[in-house]
Each structure stands twice: as C-alpha cells, then as structure tokens.
Design a binder for this molecule. Structure first.
Ligand code: MF3
Ligand code: CO
Length: 249
C-alpha cells in the first residue's frame, strides 16, 4: 500500500531527513585512512541522538548498528566493526537514517579515503550523477519505471552495471514502504507517481558485473567479481512543483 503524505507530514518528515543528512555529512567527513568503521558509526549515532532523533537502522530486522558502512567491493549493509580500518585509496559507502516526529529519513553516499584511482572516482561520480538523473524523473504523472530506466541508461552507457537484487523504496512512518523503486526498468511502466509520495532512490552501481552475494554474517553484500561498487541515496518527495529532495542539508 502506498501512503501519500500531506504537506504537514512532509514538513515533519523533512526534519527527520535533515538530521539524516547532517549525520551522513559528519560521518563522511570522518572517512580517512586509519579510522575504523566503528568510530564512524559512533559519530553518526552520537549526532542523531544529540538532535533528539533515533537511528532508524539500529535493530531494524536485527541490524546491529546506526550506519551501514561498505568498503570497496562491499555494495551495501557492511556492519561497522572496531577491527575494520579504512585504508588510503578505499571507497567507503555510508548509508544511514534517522527517525523523528514518527517519520524516517534515509540517505547514503560513497566517500574517498585519501587519493583514489581515477576509475574509482569515475564510478563514484557516475553513481552520484545517476541519482540526480533518477530524481529528475520523480515527477507527478510519471511512472516508477521512468526513474530506474534513466538511472540504468546513465550508468550502463558509461560502462558500469546496476545491482538488481536490491532496490529503492517508499519511505515514511516506516523505513521501507511501497512502492519498490528499482534502479532499472522501462519508461512508462510501473506504479504511477503522485504528489505526496515519498521515495528513497538509491542506485547501487558496480564497476564490473552486476552480480552480488550476501556474506555468512547475513548482512554484508559484496560484488561477486570482487570489483568496486558505489551507492548514493536521497529521500525524495513528489510534489506538484516537482521532486523535492528531503535529505538535502
Ligand atoms: N539503508 C537501507 C536502505 O536504504 C536499509 C538498511 S537495512 C538496515 O533501504 F537493516 F541496515 F537498516
Ligand atoms: Co534506502
């Protein structure tokens, strides 16, 4: 069931999203060689709590942390750990969110640790750009397939591949609501986009093949071929005047 939000609800949700964005910015600024993923998770946790909000990933389906921190060939859902030290040249995807006023925010970005290869930079740039390409298609009267096809076309034309097993999603009082928002699709197909819909658009883009596997920890998702992956995400509202990025600082 798709839940449409009133303007009043969107204003409440925006507050949760601003805290989510602030936490992601702080966490991203902490990414550098020698820092552990547990340290970054704590920075995000402390910030969200200080803002009077709750880390909405923590305990979600048993997830044990505030943030998902996924390095290099880890695609998503990397679990922060004290023994996981970021190295020079790593790309570090951080995904986190906050709940406030009964509403959720969700956002992600991939950060560079020190100097990274030009190919890694091109992957991160393309993935970030593809998120904005998708957001431009989040307009009333359009279809969910417009978003995914635009993202896939953008990334695949640059030689990268789109993860299929994990997708974006509606978001609101629940972290995951209908509809699913794949990063692939057919223009003009899928759920009709309406004012008041709030969705998390989150391209997960691989340097090599699209295939992924989940590790025995039950969470960490890696590329099958061991090549790099990047991830960017915003929470977006569809409004009569176009897409509004709620997780913009
Ligand atoms: N951030 C994921 C998403 O974008 C959700 C993480 S699942 C959790 O949908 F369990 F780690 F919270
Ligand atoms: Co999400």
């Amino acid at each position: 069931m798709i839940v449409l939000k009133t303007n009043r609800e969107l204003a409440l949700m925006r507050e949760a999203c601003i805290i989510s964005a602030g936490a992601l910015k702080l966490a991203g600024e902490a990414v550098q060689p020698g820092v552990t993923t547990a340290e970054i998770d704590k920075i995000a946790y402390d910030y969200i709590k200080k803002c009077g909000a709750e880390p909405n990933f923590l305990n979600y389906n048993g997830y044990p942390a505030t943030a998902c921190i996924s390095i290099n060939d880890e695609v998503i859902h990397g679990i922060p750990a004290k023994n996981r030290v970021i190295k020079e040249g790593d790309i570090v995807s951080i995904d986190l969110g906050a709940r406030l006023n009964g509403f959720n925010g969700d956002n992600a970005a991939t950060f560079a640790a020190g100097a990274i290869s030009s190919e890694a930079k091109r992957l991160c740039d393309t993935t970030r750009e593809s998120l904005y390409v998708g957001i431009q298609k989040a307009v009333a009267g359009g279809r969910v397939g417009d978003i995914g096809s635009a993202i896939a076309q953008y990334c695949e034309s640059r030689g990268f591949s789109v993860v299929r097993e994990f997708v974006g999603h509606g978001i609101g009082k629940a972290l995951h609501e209908d509809p699913s928002v794949p990063n692939f699709g057919t223009p003009g197909r899928g759920v009709r986009l309406l004012p008041g819909m709030t969705i998390a658009i989150e391209p997960m883009i691989n340097m090599g093949a699209a295939g992924v596997k989940t590790l025995p920890d039950g969470w960490t998702v890696k590329t099958r071929d061991g090549k790099l992956s990047a991830h960017f995400e915003h929470t977006v509202a569809i409004t009569p005047s176009g897409p509004k990025i709620l997780t913009l600082l």
